[in-house]
Design a protein around this ligand. Structure first.
Ligand code: ZN
Length: 187
């Protein structure tokens, strides 16, 4: 895990340095500037998320504000989405298949106990983006999940969580195989 986080951090640092180089090159000689890497677009279908739909949209928007390497977009009608988001009466959980793909359940059991729906949504989407749980953990960590308590409404990933997602999808964009994580992650 330490190695993986270090590699994510290095990848993020490389991206920053690349984009700085790009800006400088563009100012001096536009014809030599490298095109910036486009974000990997993942579609999500929140059609089955019932009363949590706006919370799911907000959770996706938070990831879009937080990272550059990946972008979550609502799937068009009839389009097969990378991520399905469903509501049910169980505990919130994620079933990632490959990086960026899988199913998320916004479980009413946690909502009924008082957990924040936007934090739940962003947290479960974080699993699809390759993040594991980090429990117990503080409210400043999105992946600390329910261990931060019902009073915690923070829906934003911290710097390390953002860097890890940038690294995961940065690897994908430069053709490196991402780590597979195909198990149920409850909460
Ligand atoms: Zn979790």
């Amino acid at each position: 895990m330490h190695v993986r986080m270090l590699s994510g951090g290095l990848a993020a640092a490389c991206l920053v340095s690349l984009s700085l180089t790009g800006v400088q090159a563009a100012a001096a000689a536009p014809q030599t500037a490298a095109a910036p890497l486009a974000p990997r677009v993942l579609t999500y279908d929140a059609g089955g998320s019932a009363e949590f739909r706006s919370a799911v949209d907000r959770g996706a928007a938070i990831w879009n504000e937080s990272v550059d390497a990946v972008e979550l977009r609502p799937a068009a009608a009839g389009q097969r989405a990378n991520i399905r988001v469903l509501a049910d009466n169980g505990w919130p959980r994620a079933l990632p298949t490959t990086l960026g793909n899988g199913t998320v359940y916004i479980g009413r059991q946690a909502v009924d106990q008082g957990y924040n729906t936007v934090r739940i949504s962003a947290h479960e989407l974080g699993h699809i983006l390759g993040l594991p749980d980090r429990k117990p953990g503080p409210c400043s960590s999105l992946m600390s999940g329910s261990s931060a308590g019902t009073a915690c409404t923070n829906p934003y990933p911290n710097a390390a969580e953002k860097a890890e997602v940038e690294g995961n999808f940065g690897d994908l964009r430069v053709g490196r195989a991402p780590a597979a994580r195909a198990e149920v992650i409850v909460d």
